[in-house]
Design a protein. Structure first.
Length: 105
Protein backbone atom coordinates (compact mmCIF):
# COMPACT_ATOMS: atom_id res chain seq x y z
CA UNK A 1 0.00 0.00 0.00
CA UNK A 2 1.38 3.40 -0.91
CA UNK A 3 1.10 6.51 1.16
CA UNK A 4 -0.87 9.29 -0.49
CA UNK A 5 0.01 12.92 0.16
CA UNK A 6 -2.36 14.90 2.32
CA UNK A 7 -4.31 17.25 0.01
CA UNK A 8 -6.11 19.38 2.56
CA UNK A 9 -6.42 22.76 0.91
CA UNK A 10 -6.70 25.59 3.34
CA UNK A 11 -9.62 27.96 2.94
CA UNK A 12 -8.82 31.42 1.64
CA UNK A 13 -8.48 34.02 4.38
CA UNK A 14 -11.64 35.96 5.17
CA UNK A 15 -11.45 39.30 3.32
CA UNK A 16 -11.26 42.31 5.63
CA UNK A 17 -11.63 45.11 3.05
CA UNK A 18 -13.68 45.68 -0.08
CA UNK A 19 -10.51 45.45 -2.14
CA UNK A 20 -9.70 42.04 -0.62
CA UNK A 21 -13.28 40.84 -1.18
CA UNK A 22 -13.23 41.95 -4.81
CA UNK A 23 -9.89 40.24 -5.38
CA UNK A 24 -11.06 37.04 -3.69
CA UNK A 25 -14.31 36.98 -5.69
CA UNK A 26 -12.31 37.36 -8.89
CA UNK A 27 -9.92 34.59 -7.88
CA UNK A 28 -12.08 32.08 -5.99
CA UNK A 29 -15.66 32.98 -6.89
CA UNK A 30 -17.82 31.39 -9.51
CA UNK A 31 -17.99 33.02 -12.93
CA UNK A 32 -20.03 36.20 -12.66
CA UNK A 33 -19.77 36.50 -8.86
CA UNK A 34 -17.64 39.63 -9.02
CA UNK A 35 -20.00 41.36 -11.47
CA UNK A 36 -23.09 40.35 -9.46
CA UNK A 37 -21.43 41.64 -6.30
CA UNK A 38 -20.66 45.00 -7.90
CA UNK A 39 -24.26 45.34 -9.12
CA UNK A 40 -25.76 44.37 -5.76
CA UNK A 41 -23.37 46.67 -3.91
CA UNK A 42 -24.18 49.64 -6.16
CA UNK A 43 -27.93 49.01 -5.85
CA UNK A 44 -27.74 48.76 -2.05
CA UNK A 45 -25.60 51.87 -1.83
CA UNK A 46 -27.95 53.87 -4.06
CA UNK A 47 -31.03 52.75 -2.10
CA UNK A 48 -29.53 53.32 1.36
CA UNK A 49 -30.39 56.45 3.31
CA UNK A 50 -27.39 58.56 4.27
CA UNK A 51 -25.98 57.29 7.53
CA UNK A 52 -27.69 53.88 7.30
CA UNK A 53 -25.60 51.42 5.34
CA UNK A 54 -27.21 48.26 6.70
CA UNK A 55 -28.16 47.09 3.19
CA UNK A 56 -24.58 47.59 2.01
CA UNK A 57 -23.29 45.64 5.00
CA UNK A 58 -25.74 42.83 4.22
CA UNK A 59 -24.54 42.57 0.60
CA UNK A 60 -20.92 42.43 1.75
CA UNK A 61 -21.70 39.79 4.39
CA UNK A 62 -23.62 37.68 1.85
CA UNK A 63 -20.76 37.61 -0.62
CA UNK A 64 -18.17 36.97 2.11
CA UNK A 65 -20.27 33.99 3.19
CA UNK A 66 -20.56 32.70 -0.40
CA UNK A 67 -16.82 33.00 -0.75
CA UNK A 68 -16.25 31.16 2.54
CA UNK A 69 -18.48 28.31 1.32
CA UNK A 70 -16.78 28.26 -2.08
CA UNK A 71 -13.33 27.94 -0.53
CA UNK A 72 -14.33 25.43 2.14
CA UNK A 73 -13.23 21.89 1.24
CA UNK A 74 -15.98 20.48 3.49
CA UNK A 75 -18.72 22.51 1.78
CA UNK A 76 -17.51 21.60 -1.70
CA UNK A 77 -17.26 17.91 -0.74
CA UNK A 78 -20.84 17.93 0.54
CA UNK A 79 -22.05 19.49 -2.71
CA UNK A 80 -20.22 16.84 -4.73
CA UNK A 81 -21.68 13.95 -2.72
CA UNK A 82 -24.41 11.99 -4.48
CA UNK A 83 -27.95 12.49 -3.19
CA UNK A 84 -30.41 9.63 -3.18
CA UNK A 85 -28.28 7.39 -5.36
CA UNK A 86 -27.75 10.01 -8.05
CA UNK A 87 -24.47 9.93 -9.89
CA UNK A 88 -22.59 13.01 -11.07
CA UNK A 89 -22.05 13.29 -14.79
CA UNK A 90 -20.69 16.16 -16.88
CA UNK A 91 -24.05 16.46 -18.66
CA UNK A 92 -25.96 16.68 -15.37
CA UNK A 93 -23.55 19.34 -14.18
CA UNK A 94 -24.02 21.36 -17.37
CA UNK A 95 -27.82 21.16 -17.10
CA UNK A 96 -27.70 22.20 -13.44
CA UNK A 97 -25.61 25.25 -14.34
CA UNK A 98 -28.05 26.19 -17.11
CA UNK A 99 -31.01 25.88 -14.74
CA UNK A 100 -29.25 28.04 -12.17
CA UNK A 101 -28.30 30.66 -14.75
CA UNK A 102 -31.89 30.77 -16.02
CA UNK A 103 -33.37 31.25 -12.54
CA UNK A 104 -31.10 34.25 -11.84
CA UNK A 105 -32.75 36.27 -14.56
Amino acid sequence: MTTQPDHHAQAAPRPATLHELRTALSRYGLPGDREQFEQALAAALDASPIGDLAAVTEVIATYRHRLALRTSPEAMASLAAPIGGQQWTPAADAFARLRTAGSDR
